[in-house]
Design a protein around this ligand. Sequence first.
Ligand code: KG4
Ligand code: ZN
Length: 339
Amino acid sequence: MRVLGIETSCDETSAAVVDDGPRLLGQIVLSQARLHERYGGVVPEIACRSHVENLTTVIERTLAAANLRPGDLDAIAVAHRPGLIGALLVGVCTAKALAWAWNLPLLAVDHLEAHLEAPRITGRTQGVAVAPPFLGVVLSGGHTDLYRVEDGARVCIGATQDDAVGEAFDKVATVLGLGYPGGPRIEREALAGDPNAVPLPRSLLGRDSLDFSFSGLKTAVLYAWRGPKALSAGPVDGAPSRPDLAASFQAAVGDVLVAKVKRALAHTGLRTVVFGGGVTANRYLRERLERELAADADLVVFPAPEFSTDNGAMIAAMGQRLLREGRVANFYLDAEPTS
Ligand code: KG4
Ligand code: ZN
C-alpha cells in the first residue's frame, strides 16, 4: 500500500511516499530554518505562510522523486496534531482537498506517534522491526515524553515540566550566539570542548519522578556565560570557552536522559526502548544512550538520521498502520494544537 504523508506541524514542509515495509519511495523536506533564524526561533505566522507557499510544490516534487502519479497512491496521511495550529491547518486542508480530488482515504496521524514509528522505516538504511510493548521516548523541540506503549494504547508516564529538550538546545545556542536551529550547532561546537569543564546542574526532580526539567540547566549556562545576573550582553571575563560550555551542557543533558530512561525501564519492567524526535539526530547523545542503556534493555532503537527530525515519511508510515487497522478519518478532521 502506497501512502502519501504530509507534515507541516512546525517549520519543516515535508511530503513522502512509503510502500509496504514501510519502505521510502520518495521524500522532500523543505526546512524553513533560514526564514526563522533572525528571530532565534519559529515565528508561527511565517511558518504558516511558508507552508501555504510551498506545500503543493513539495508534494509534486515528492511524487516526481518517487516516480509516481496520484493514481498510484492508496491513501493520504496528514499530521493533524500536536503542533502550531495554523501550520497544521495548512497540511490538514491540503490533505483533505487531495483526498477528495483523488478519491483516496484520509488518515489522521498524531505527530508524536509518528516519531516513534520512524525507526521502522527503510530508507538509505534498513529499518528495525519493533513491536509493543516498549518504552517510547520522544525527544524533540516541543516534547520530552516517556510513553508506555502497548498494543493499541500509548500512556504518557513522564514529560517535561518546563522546556523541552530540543528547546533547551535552541535556547542555549541563542545564549551562546550560535544561532538557530540550535541543536546541530551545539553538537558541532561541543566537538572541540571538554564535557567536564563546567559544573552544571542535573535536575532529576523527585527520587521516583519520571518527569524532566531543563530550565535550571539553561539558566546555569546563561549565568556561566553572561555573569551571575546575566547583565552582560556577551561573555563576561573569565567565562568558560564556548566549546567547553556547549560540551558541558550536552553532557548534562545526556546524564539526565540516561538516568530518566533507566528509571522508566525499572519502573515499567519494559526491556525495549524506541527513541524518536529531532534531538535523536545528536550523535553524542545517541552513542551514550545506546552504550549506557545496554544493561537495562534488550533492544534500544533509534530512527535513521534522515527520519529523526520532522519528515513526511514517518507520517506516511504511521498512516499505513492506520489504514491497515481500518482507522480512516473523514472530512470533519480538524487540526489540534495538543496531542
Ligand atoms: O522533531 P523535531 O524536528 O521537531 C519537533 O517535533 O519539535 O525536533 C526539532 C528539535 C529542535 O529543537 C532542534 O534543535 C533539535 O530537534 N535537534 C537537535 C539536533 N538536531 C535537531 N538537538 C540536538 N542535536 C542535534 N543534532
Ligand atoms: Zn517532531
